[in-house]
Ligand binder design. Structure first.
Ligand code: ADP
Ligand code: MG
Length: 329
């Protein structure tokens, strides 16, 4: 069974119990299906909450530096808060460490702790609890943030005619993985840039706070642009067209001298942690102003249309993709 079908079938269903249903209606503003759940805390504040697990050799190489592993783990979780337009407040950390291994050495744990708190201090998020167990190396972080009622950037707000945009550039996540796995060789500076993008993705918190009154829908790109934009389409009951020529690609990606590969990475590679968002035409001047003032880097890459699914076009023709994005199953 595939990842999203599994979640829908076994975990995303109506509450059978009437009392529980009432409780959920009173407090759960947004449940399963977005980057964070939104829970009503007071009349005008909502708690945005998200949890993600990083498994060794699936989400990061087990022999990566402990600082880097910790930074990536916390930053990717902060990215889900950014995707909702929430301000980071607290996080919990569940660590599973193999017994009698390098991972329980003082040196590894000191490095992990250093990376973790460097990031936590930078983004002003406080560690408030967790769990430590033995087993195969994995890191689970639950991130919590606050957002004003009605202000969250959800996946279900897009309309026909909205422009589809992304922040900064896309495709670096997949290119970085290729460098880390020795499948791609570039010059030292570009390889360094890509490694940084992998281990220190920048959660787009500033951007999302600026987009609160501009974007109609948003999410962060973790599985791949097409797959993630499809989540906006499904939640909004619409389709989208991407103009492949307009995809913003980094100098490192262009330095691969393989535009077809670079575009494929940008569309289906994943791990970019940029925001993909939609903007109604009447709000486009406000976005253009933020871009001109260099407060935000963003590019229009397509449009929301009637129908369903994401269609990629290059020079008026369909741009075929072998795979749409990453799925665990
Ligand atoms: P993201 O990529 O933003 O972290 P995911 O693709 O991991 O989101 O998950 C999609 C949605 O399904 C989210 O709302 C998440 O909270 C929910 N979800 C995933 N796994 C489970 C589960 N086992 N039980 C309940 N909800 C889940
Ligand atoms: Mg997300």
């Amino acid at each position: 069974m595939r990842e999203f079908e599994l979640i829908k079938t076994f975990f995303q269903h109506e509450q059978a119990d009437l009392l529980l249903e009432e409780k959920a209606q009173a407090s759960v503003v947004l449940g399963i299906g977005d980057d964070c759940a939104l829970l009503q805390v007071t009349a005008n504040k909502q708690l945005a909450i998200s949890v993600d697990t990083l498994v060794a050799d699936v989400h990061f190489p087990a022999d990566a530096k402990p600082e880097d592993i910790a930074e990536r783990a916390l930053r990717t979780n902060l990215s889900d808060l950014a995707a909702m337009g929430a301000e980071p407040l607290w996080f919990t950390l569940a660590l599973t460490l193999p017994k009698n291994s390098v991972y329980t050495s003082e040196e590894w744990l000191r490095g992990f702790s250093r990376g973790l708190f460097r990031t936590a201090n930078h983004y002003e998020i406080v560690l408030v609890g967790g769990d430590t167990t033995s087993g195969p190396l994995s890191i689970t972080i639950q991130a919590m943030g606050a957002v004003e009622s009605q202000q969250a950037l959800r996946r279900d707000g897009a309309s026909v005619g909205d422009f589809v945009c992304v922040t900064n550039c896309v495709g670096d996540g997949a290119a970085a993985l290729a460098v880390i796995q020795n499948r791609l060789k570039l010059d030292v500076a570009h390889e360094h840039y890509l490694r940084e993008r992998f281990y220190r993705p920048v959660p787009r918190l500033i951007e999302s706070s600026l987009l609160t009154n501009i974007a109609s829908a948003a999410l962060d790109i973790s599985d791949g642009l097409v797959a993630d934009l499809n989540h906006i389409c499904e939640a909004s009951d619409l389709g989208a067209v991407i103009d492949v020529e307009n995809l913003p690609l980094s100098p490192a990606l262009l330095a691969t001298n393989d535009l077809q590969q670079a575009r494929t990475w940008a569309l289906s590679g994943g791990d970019d942690y940029e925001l993909c968002f939609t903007v109604p035409p009447e709000k486009l001047p406000e976005l253009a102003m933020l871009i001109a003032q260099e407060k935000i880097k963003a590019t229009v890459i397509g449009e929301i249309v009637a129908g369903s699914g994401v269609h990629c076009e290059l020079n008026g023709e369909t741009f075929e993709l072998a795979a749409q994005g990453y799925e665990h199953f």
